[in-house]
Design a protein around this ligand. Structure first.
Ligand SMILES: NC(=O)N[C@@H](O)C(=O)O
Ligand code: NI
Length: 166
C-alpha cells in the first residue's frame, strides 16, 4: 500500500510545472473603467488544438469527495488545456503528476483556497475534479471539438488522501 499523500498549499511556484494558478496576482493588475475596476490581466491562455477545435466555458457541479479518498487514476487531455475556477466560495483539491514515460508519477496534492483556480496545461496528468465539503460549482474553460481528448491511467495500487486539509 502506498504511503498517504501529503496535501500542500497551492502556490503559483509549486504549480508551475503543471500550469497556472488563477488568482488576483497584484503584478498582473491594471486599473480600467475609470479606476473603478481592477483587471488582473492574462492569468492564463486556454489552448485547443486540432481541426475544428474551439475553447468553451462550462459549469461543473462537483459532488464532494469523501475522505479518506483513494486516487486510483489520473487523466490528461492531449488536445487542450482545462481550467477550474470555484464559484461556490469553497476550497477544493487538485492532484497532478509529472509524466514518467507516458504514465503519471506519484500524484502531488494541493489545497486550493476559495479564491484560487487552476489551469492545467495540455497533456498534464491530473485527477478529475475533487470538490470538498458540499456540492460546488466551478467555471471550466477547456476544449471542445472532434478527436479523443481524454487519456486515462489507472494505478496498480491506489494512493490515499487521508484528509483534505494541510
Ligand atoms: N470529464 C471532464 O470533462 N472532466 C475532467 O476532465 C476533469 O478534469 O474533471
Ligand atoms: Ni480533466
Amino acid at each position: 500500500m502506498n504511503q498517504p499523500l501529503a496535501v500542500q498549499p497551492l502556490t503559483a511556484a509549486a504549480f508551475l510545472p503543471f500550469g497556472e494558478v488563477i488568482e488576483a496576482m497584484p503584478s498582473t493588475m491594471r486599473l480600467i473603467n475609470g479606476g473603478t475596476t481592477e483587471r488582473f490581466h492574462a492569468l492564463f491562455a486556454p489552448e485547443a488544438v486540432g481541426e475544428g477545435a474551439r475553447v468553451i466555458a462550462s459549469i461543473f457541479r462537483g459532488q464532494p469527495r469523501r475522505f479518506p479518498y483513494e486516487i486510483g487514476m489520473m487523466e490528461r487531455h492531449p488536445l487542450g488545456s482545462q481550467s477550474f475556477s470555484p464559484l461556490s466560495g469553497r476550497s477544493f483539491l487538485v492532484a497532478v503528476s509529472e509524466d514518467e514515460g507516458g504514465r503519471p508519477g506519484e500524484p502531488r496534492v494541493f489545497l486550493a483556497r476559495p479564491d484560487q483556480g487552476v489551469n492545467y496545461h495540455r497533456n498534464v496528468w491530473h485527477h478529475p475534479l475533487m470538490a470538498i465539503g458540499d456540492p460546488s460549482d466551478f467555471l471550466v474553460v477547456d476544449r471542445d471539438g472532434p478527436g479523443n481528448n481524454l487519456e486515462e491511467h489507472f494505478f496498480p495500487t491506489p494512493y490515499r488522501i487521508l484528509e483534505p486539509h494541510l
